[in-house]
Design a protein around this ligand. Sequence first.
Ligand code: FHN
Length: 442
Amino acid sequence: AVKEQITLLHGSHRVGKRSDAAMEKWRGYGLGQFIHWGLYAIPGGAWNGKQYNGAAEWIRSWNGIPKSTYDSLNYSFNPTAFDAKAWAKTARQMGAKYVTFTTKHHDGFCLWPSKYTKYTVKNSPYKKDIVKAVVDAYDQEGIDVILYFSVMDWNHPDWRYDLKTKEDSIAFERFKKFTRNQLIELLTNYPTVKGLWFDGTWDKSWVKQAAFADELETEMRKLRPGLIIGSRFRADENGKRHFDSNGVLMGDYEQGWERKIPAKIEDVHGNDWDCVMTVPENQWGYNAAWNGHIKTGNELIEMTARCVSMGGNFVLNFGPKGDGSIRQEEIKLATEIGDWMKINQEAIYNCEYAGYEKQDWGYFTKKSGTDKIYMVVFNVPVSAALRIKTPPKTIIKKAYLLADTQEVFSPEEISGDEYFLHLKKREQSKPFVIVLETAKAE
Ligand code: FHN
């Protein structure tokens, strides 16, 4: 039965993927870097010698932390080791094609000298515009910049979680103006940015602003044609987030994949999406004492391949220290991922869902607009035979190792559309890529 469509004023304004050049570029990134940096990096997960296990960037909200003392951290913000160029170099070496950078997290502290609040880097001992330094440095390395912006703002007197009284509504009207001003300011000050990554948009106060947020989105898109905005920005008039009341994606890509990856291609419903991932369990800002499982380079490479194989981008988070330097563990991971990317990046950039049946050895990706298939292999079976099931009427013309194109394979046909690709040896210390040059049978 066909589901009846509801008429919506502030639902999604597009069905299906965007097809313009800016979005095509975004789709081809494959791998990105997220950076969470702000005042919370100074305590780094500990307050008065006590370690807090919750996310370090939320420390202001944990019991026992005096809000006003936290808010005064701006007077101690003087990151003497901050070097945006070094950050951008690390990102480039890792193979990141874009960075998402926290201009303002939930604590409200602005890393740019916003005209609309005093709570900015300008009123810290550091004084200088950090967002500008980051945008310039990454632009120079050829890495696209997306600005993270938290609508929820714990520092602003007019922020409300809900609008229960007339006073709340009056205050929130001021807050809406403030939010609009800051966003226009960011897009005006940093005209090269490619998109906005919204967060802190889940509270009732904001969810009720369907008309306002819709108009603001239109205004921002007009100011910067091609701007990319995900599904976290606005709700429809029924308070539906990410997907509107008709189940259509709001915004240009699905932003719901936080610290999780779709299990199967059907879960992404043909939409663009990104997955943002932390190295430890749930720490975005710097936490000196990382807890829980710490992901390894191989795990993160696998997550990258897994995301790309289902048409998504994988975005790995970094939480620089209070002094602005990147911790050694993150540098090491960036190097490991980068070393792998240098050899195998062809299977990640400008690649998409291949349309092949998923196999236990790893992931298929496909170079967009071609018949070139990549097998990103993580688990070699005891038989050393990699199973391939092609879509109907596909010919495998050539199969070879990406790292050494002289190493060719002759896939053994085991039944219609099914092959074994026999590896010469089983032992591998790193994931590797086999290229399949294919063609459509007449
Ligand atoms: O609360 C934040 C959290 O601190 C972090 O910024 C993540 C990143 O996706 N977003 C929020 C939780 O969804």
